[in-house]
Design a protein around this ligand. Structure first.
Ligand SMILES: Cc1ncc(C[n+]2csc(CCOP(=O)(O)OP(=O)(O)O)c2C)c(N)n1
Length: 665
């Protein structure tokens, strides 16, 4: 029987009986699904299981408090989010069995999925980026003025990640309507809270971000629901982030196989007595809103629903696919629209061309947002966005705090919520601070759950400017390695403008490399109007018969200088312009014609573009080759600051000799 103490915990307020019962049924369902899953797990019918038993009140209360068209971003213990949004159960069961009726075509497991149909954005394993995505979604909501709230979950363990700090800080600085929900369940895998953080309550952190925060009893469904409803309503009207710490407990192992040996029994017992479902059932019984008989009816209904849906999922055939099917889903299908340039041209610098391409894209796409450090009033450190705020305003040209990871994730959030984003890395070197969301969130999104990432990351890169190891790198090879990203690297103003416009039109994630040494040194006649150039098409700058020179970025200019000094050399010079996709056709056609290939790049050699190109040429053009393929790259050291050391580092000065050697082979 319920104790008075327990029933006293619940405050009905003005909730209707219907709502009170509905909340109960919403909590009962995931509990019963989980109990069934534990059986199936033991029978070896499903793989891993991350349990949320004992934490249901949080997922259900928060989801019930939002409207169905508001985004919610759950984590691995939030089955209740999915069931409260009323996803048909067979689809969830299929998802966990890797079948086609799930949400990831067998490509991702457990709760690593989202669905636009239900306005749910699933997590990636790395936990933290989820919070920045919520900031981006909320930014889109705010810009659209649709008065939508958004809620994102994290465990207390996840709050130790930099992503947590970055996402909350951005949301606070930009007054974004997000509910950041920490489920403090005592342990992050085996790590107790005392080894995870050293403040009294995680809610205290809100103060540091200038953010309102609340502590909520996460095992009390009525407290969760009423408090979150009130706060969601408040942030819809008055956009701002709120930090919520839900106190709860993880009643089972991190995942089923890992057990709970490290958890003291007293703690288990203490929290077992506070089971959110049992307590609430007792309350409803006490209030006369539920009887054991009716409870049994509900249970029977849910059992039937689970069994029928499980049957459907088990009967569904195992997924099959083909390699081409898998490859076709890495990127969103997109038909490139060619916009031809007008005749009017102006002689401008590389930096002006990038700026024009970006500005004209902002005019073309009302939903395009630029984010980056110092890009607004200051115009960016290279002045690419100089005066943009006069045309587009500060809402669309956004200065960001120094937090690359959260901004990449926020850019993805904008895309999830139907907008487009260009992010400026202040220097390409700093992309390492946003590396995780680029290679894990953006790159894998379409393949995993059919969600594109309409994001361009601009990357001012490269050496030759005496800027030392952290402002000189050309790190394109970090990204060409990762399926799902496009990588563009123009060498001329005309290409830079047209390719940037095309990259922005492309709904896939694009890393757009802009060599700093070219910004103000290379001029070209460039059409004044908007135009596009296709990604994945190389440009043949010179045609000859004896050798093929393949290059991209600043190194193209090194090759041009060398050919200028040696007019007797009859060479094809191929400027790749884009590295992913790669114009293999142009490369092979040229090498088959000349029989010799030298690849010149600014990056150091090992694991670089030239290494792959060389292997590809060997594999595809071997019979046509008259000499081994030569790769010429910069030294295998960090990039030194001193100008003479930097010149020694760069492959530039060795190119002429290498070219002559290969011609003489
Ligand atoms: C970046 C990263 N590091 C480590 C892990 C491994 N890992 C997965 S869940 C987890 C514990 C998470 O704890 P918490 O955030 O408190 O959530 P809970 O599992 O308790 O709900 C760990 C260490 C991971 N997934 N990602």
């Amino acid at each position: 029987m319920p104790t008075t103490e327990q029933t006293m915990l619940y405050k009905k307020g003005n909730l209707t009986n219907e709502t009170l019962i509905s909340l109960y049924k919403k909590m009962l369902k995931p509990r019963m699904i989980e109990e069934k899953m534990l059986i199936l797990l033991r029978q070896g019918k499903i793989s891993k299981w991350f349990g949320g038993i004992g934490q249901e009140a949080i997922a259900i209360g928060v989801t019930f408090a939002l409207t169905k068209d508001e985004y919610i971003l759950p984590m691995h213990r939030n089955l209740g989010v999915f069931t409260t949004r009323e996803i048909p159960l067979y689809r969830l069961f299929s998802q966990w069995q890797g079948k086609a009726n799930g949400f990831t075509k067998g490509r991702d497991r457990s709760f690593h999925f989202g669905t636009q149909e239900f306005n749910i954005v699933g997590m990636i394993s790395h936990l933290g980026p989820q919070l920045g995505v919520a900031s981006g979604i909320a930014l889109a909501n705010k810009l659209k003025e649709n008065k939508h709230a958004c809620a994102v979950f994290t465990g207390e363990g996840g709050t130790s990640e930099g992503d947590f700090h970055e996402a909350l800080n951005v949301a606070s600085v930009w007054s974004l309507p997000v509910l950041f929900c920490i489920e403090n369940n005592g342990y992050g895998l085996s790590t107790p809270t005392s080894e995870q953080y050293n403040c009294e309550d995680l809610a205290d952190r809100g103060k540091g971000y200038g953010m309102e925060s609340h502590i909520i009893d996460g095992n009390n469904i009525l407290e969760v629901y009423t408090k979150v409803s009130e706060l969601a309503e408040s942030i819809r009207e008055n956009p701002r982030p709120i930090l919520l710490e839900f106190k709860t407990f993880r009643m089972r192992g991190h995942e089923e196989a890992s057990g709970t040996k490290y958890v003291p029994q007293e703690l288990m017992d203490e929290w077992a007595a506070k089971d959110p479902l049992d307590m609430y059932r007792n309350f409803l019984l006490f209030e006369g809103l539920l009887t054991s008989q009716i409870d049994q009816v509900y249970k029977t209904q849910i059992t039937d629903e689970i069994n029928e849906n499980l049957q459907l999922a088990f009967e569904e055939e195992k997924i099959t696919s083909t390699k081409s099917n898998e490859l076709n889903d890495v990127y969103q299908n997109y038909t490139y629209q060619e916009v031809n340039p007008n005749n009017k041209e102006e002689n401008i610098r590389f930096v002006d061309a990038v700026s024009e391409g970006l500005k004209q894209s902002m005019e073309k796409h009302d939903d395009l947002i630029i984010m980056g450090q110092d890009v607004a009033e200051y115009g960016g450190v290279f002045k690419i966005t100089d005066k943009f705020i006069d045309f587009f305003g500060k809402e669309r040209v956004r200065n960001t705090p120094i937090c690359e990871s959260a901004i990449v994730a926020a850019a993805y959030g904008l895309s999830v919520n139907g907008m487009k984003a260009v992010m400026e890395m202040q220097f390409a070197d700093f992309v390492s601070s946003g590396f995780n969301p680029i290679v894990n969130l953006l790159a894998k999104s379409h393949y995993r759950w059919n969600q594109n990432a309409d994001v361009v990351v601009r990357m001012p890169c490269g050496a030759g400017v005496g800027a030392g190891p952290f402002h000189s790198q050309t790190n394109e090879a970090w990204f060409t390695k990762t399926p799902g990203l496009k990588v563009v690297y123009p060498a001329f103003p005309y290409d830079a403008k047209g390719l940037l416009a095309a990259a922005i039109n492309d709904p896939n994630p694009v890393l757009f490399f802009e060599h700093k040494a070219l910004y103000r040194s290379v001029y070209q006649d460039v059409p004044t109007d908007y135009y596009t150039l296709p990604l994945g098409k190389a440009s043949v700058l010179k045609e000859g018969t004896d050798i093929t020179i393949i290059s991209y970025g600043a190194a193209v200019h090194w090759a041009l200088d060398t050919l200028g000094k040696n007019p007797e050399v009859s060479a094809d010079l191929i400027d790749l312009r884009s590295l992913q996709p790669l114009d293999t056709e142009a490369i092979y056609a040229s090498v088959k014609k000349t029989g010799k290939a030298i690849i010149l790049q600014e990056d150091s050699l090992f694991g670089s573009i030239s290494s792959d190109l060389s292997a590809m040429i060997m594999e595809n053009c071997f019979e046509y080759l008259d000499a081994p393929v030569k790769r010429l790259a910069s030294m295998e050291t960090p990039i030194p600051f001193d100008q003479s050391l930097e010149q020694q580092y760069l492959a530039k000065n060795e190119f002429e000799a290498a070219l002559m050697d290969l011609l003489a082979y």
